[in-house]
Design a protein around this ligand. Sequence first.
Ligand SMILES: Nc1ncnc2c1ncn2[C@@H]1O[C@H](COP(=O)(O)OP(=O)(O)OP(=O)(O)O)[C@@H](O)[C@H]1O
Ligand SMILES: [Mg+2]
Length: 482
Amino acid sequence: MPAPAGTRGRPAALTARTRTAMVAVAALSVLVVFAVFYAAWTFYTIAVRRTELAQQVQVIATGVSTANGLPGSAADASGLRGRLLKVEAGLIGAQLVMTDETGRVVFSTTDTTTTVQETFPVTRMAPQVGTPVTTVETLPAYGRLLLVAARLPARTGAAYLLAAQPLREINQASLPAVYLFMVSALVALVAAWFAGGWLARRIAGPIVRLRGAAEAVTAGDWGHQVPVEGEEEVAALATSFNAMSTRVADAYNAQKDFVGDVSHELRTPITSIQGFAGALTDDTVTGEEERTRFLGVIRDEAGRLADLTSTLLALADLDAGSTRPASAPVSSSALAEALRSRYTPLAAAAGVELDVAELTGTPAGDEARLLQAVSTIVDNALAYTPAGGRVRVSADGAAPAGFWRLLVDDSGGGIPPEKREEVFRRFARLDPSRSTRAGGSGLGLAICRRLVEVMGGRVWAEDGDLGGARFVVELPSWREHG
Ligand SMILES: Nc1ncnc2c1ncn2[C@@H]1O[C@H](COP(=O)(O)OP(=O)(O)OP(=O)(O)O)[C@@H](O)[C@H]1O
Ligand SMILES: [Mg+2]
């Protein structure tokens, strides 16, 4: 059956959702990894730069103290001192500043016109001679700044030598890493996009096929099967679907067979009624005696139809579960008595010896239903046992704990092992010639089984010890049951 256009095989909504989820997860992961990496990287570079700058500043400070004189002072008339510091500043890649005791700038390697920062927090840093102090500060003229301060000996004319480098310059080193990150993020997002599509197809593919199969079943392709594939859960779903589909097909076929069987069973008496009624109305019947016989046949066939109809209705009731028998203790001795009084005359008429033993035990069920079920079996035993044979009804002393069992044995022809389940099917009849009584509908045992099943029991056929068939009815015992 064709699926609505654009939906089969293309799980659009699922693909979109899976892709969004994958891309979101990828973006978040890349972001977290980068944030951690970037923080670590920055922390590490600053730490390395801090140590390096401290050593460099210490070396330069030693030079300043031994050279005697401030850049630009009388002692440095040539300006050599200042030029030298500028070269040194260029070499270490930071700005060099000299301040007085309060931190006011007395010399700076950058152009004085651009140096807006007039004081540095040297008193707070308080370096000792020979041990520079480093800090990261935020100063108005620079922003975040790595600052190294070294104490100069008094004779230099200045109190402190400072090296200053904005953090932004140090972080510049991580720029390539940022670009690399952006490229890898892009790659990750594209990969997530495609992986999302692939994953959605992988998950939804079998589901889409399942939906197609469900539609096929709905359209009447009973028993349609799907390949069991995909992830564990999806494969399990496919297995369940196949089982369900098979079950639906079985139920449908059973129903079809049943309707066929019913029509077949009804056709025989109806044809017979039609034939005899036709003969009566055609005036082909002349004698009054023949007329009465024909009317008798019509009455009998109508009676068969009525019986069959009520039997089928009873079966339908049982199937629908509308007949819920009460679960109560059933007196097995009363059951034995009922069987005796019902079947002794019939057995005598058939020339069969009927032996209903004293029954013991108390099954849980419904007395009338149990009698009906057992009657069907005894009925059969008498019907399928030739004259001179024997039928015995007894309780099974060896029943498993918690169960009550009744045995019906006969000395008839028995039922071949491969037919022992079949006889419980509706309209199932073995070789009709074996029956000593014509006209069985083949519904007796089907009803018997349904009756026993709704009482929570089981019924089956097996080898008997009288040479014929044995039927076993098993019900829960009342003691254990209650
Ligand atoms: N005790 C038995 N010995 C041999 N065959 C049996 C015995 N009981 C049942 N069968 C076989 O099982 C078939 C089904 O039995 P079931 O009682 O369901 O139908 P039926 O007796 O043919 O018709 P009815 O619906 O009138 O009872 C019978 O036709 C018969 O061939
Ligand atoms: Mg029968």
